[in-house]
Structure formats: structure tokens, C-alpha cells
Ligand binder design. Structure first.
Ligand code: SF4
Length: 255
């Protein structure tokens, strides 16, 4: 809703919004359902703060996960009006709708309402050794030196906040629980191409299996879902090339 301010410009006014929120408590409910809450949303109100107000003013049993409230921790990924979004980064007025439907990330078991069990997601992540493995015998006295052109390669994947939206959007991950998924593969790529890491070849060999990069069907759902505008599909394609080159190098080494 817009009104004219004293300078002749337009400004948004509070408006009533209906929140249709996914509810499911596996300990009580036979099946999930949507519950409606009405709220006056003032300009600037984020979906996360709207959910806080619903909890404080209308139903304290509503469960959600959040932490930093600033788009950094990745805890509050959810489906908001049909799109993967972070609740803390989504303003109610920017959705341009009087009805806002919110549901949890698909593809993960629901613990309660908007909270999903991400154990599977983190298991896959840990399996790619998501940490730097430098040359322990030649550690620098101060910091590791890295050239800007080398840092550029890992700058984008380094911005992943592990919200899980990409893996939740991936049809291969839905149907194959053994698939590593786009987030774990993006993280793997980030360390494979890190010039400070000494395990590049070992990492690539470890990634060369049927439930890794070769399982990606380049559907691009992960790219569309990512609230940080990252490109896991691109990282997966780069990993495929690196794995192939590594295979060829290994063959030549043996001969
Ligand atoms: Fe979230 Fe994007 Fe990282 Fe996937 S790649 S976990 S969608 S930030």
C-alpha cells in the first residue's frame, strides 16, 4: 500500500497480511496442515520478525530455526511464497502479496513446523573434509600468503552459508540419499582449488565415485534456489574436469 509523503514521493504504509504457515508436530499431528495468522506488517518488517511477532502475540508453539538474523548463519532458509529464501533477508512488503505462505525446506524430515532435520546434509558436508589441509611440516611463521588471482577462484564458493536451500531444491538429492548434493560439492570445490591446500589430488580421487559429481544432472535448481547467488552447478562441472585431468595424470604417473 503506497501513500504520498510531504515531499511528493510515495511511501509504504502498514498493511494487513495473512501468514499461511506450515504446521506439523510428528508427535501429535497425523498429517501436516497450514494455519493462518493475521498481522499488521509495517514497512521494513522481515518475515523472520513477523514470525517472532506471531510467536509472541498469537501462538508460542510455532517452531522455527534462526540465529544471526543477518543472512550469515544460514539457519532460517525456508520456502516463502514458493521460493527458497532466508526469512531474515526477506521483507514482507517486498513480496507484494497480502497472503504469505511459508513452509519448511523440502527434502529433509520435519522435526516440527518450520524446523527440519539437517543431519543428512551435514553428514555429506563432513564427508568431503571441509577444512584446509596445509603442509604441516612447512607451516608459515605468520599467515599463509595467497595471490589475489588465486583467492578469486575460491572467493565465491567461500561465501556459502550452508543454509541447505540448494540441496533441498535438488531432485537428485530427493531421490538418492547417498548423493553428496550441491552444497557439499561446492564446499569440496572450494578446497580443491585452494592453493594453500596440499591434498588436491587425494580430494579429487575421493570425489570420483558414483554418488558425487557424476550424479549431477545439471538441472540448475540449486543455482535458482541459492539466496547468496552462488553457482553450485558451475563448481560441480569444474570438479568433473579436474577429476578427469587428475585421472589422466595418475595414469601417466604409473606408466
Ligand atoms: Fe545455501 Fe547457496 Fe550455500 Fe547452497 S550454495 S548451502 S543455497 S548458500
Amino acid at each position: 500500500m503506497l501513500s504520498q509523503n510531504k515531499n511528493g514521493g510515495t511511501e509504504k504504509k502498514p498493511k494487513e497480511v495473512i501468514f499461511r504457515i506450515f504446521r506439523f508436530d510428528p508427535n501429535i499431528d497425523e498429517k501436516p496442515y497450514f494455519q493462518e495468522f493475521k498481522l499488521m506488517a509495517e514497512p521494513g518488517l522481515t518475515v523472520l520478525y513477523a514470525l517472532f511477532r506471531i510467536i509472541e502475540e498469537q501462538d508460542s508453539s510455532l517452531a522455527l530455526r534462526y540465529s544471526c538474523r543477518a543472512g550469515i548463519c544460514g539457519s532460517d532458509g525456508m520456502i516463502i511464497n514458493g521460493k527458497f529464501r532466508l526469512a531474515c533477508q526477506t521483507q514482507v512488503h517486498e513480496l507484494n502479496s497480502d497472503v504469505i505462505t511459508i513452509s519448511p525446506l523440502p527434502g529433509y524430515p520435519v522435526i516440527k513446523d518450520l524446523v527440519v532435520d539437517m543431519s543428512y546434509f551435514f553428514e555429506k558436508l563432513y564427508s568431503v573434509d571441509p577444512f584446509l589441509q596445509p603442509d604441516e611440516e612447512h607451516l608459515p611463521e605468520k599467515e599463509f600468503i595467497q595471490y589475489p588471482k588465486d583467492f578469486e577462484k575460491i572467493e565465491e564458493p567461500g561465501r556459502c552459508i550452508l543454509c541447505g536451500c540448494c540441496t533441498a531444491a535438488c531432485p537428485v538429492a530427493w531421490t538418492n540419499p547417498d548423493y553428496l548434493g550441491p552444497a557439499a560439492l561446492l564446499k569440496a570445490y572450494r578446497f580443491v582449488d585452494d592453493t594453500r591446500d596440499t591434498k588436491r589430488s587425494e580430494r579429487l580421487k575421493k570425489l570420483d565415485h558414483e554418488n558425487s559429481v557424476w550424479r549431477c544432472h545439471t538441472v540448475f535448481n540449486c543455482v535458482e534456489a541459492c539466496p547468496k547467488n552462488l553457482h553450485p552447478t558451475d563448481a560441480i562441472q569444474r570438479l568433473k574436469r579436474s577429476i578427469f585431468v587428475n585421472r589422466v595424470k595418475s595414469i601417466f604417473k604409473r606408466t
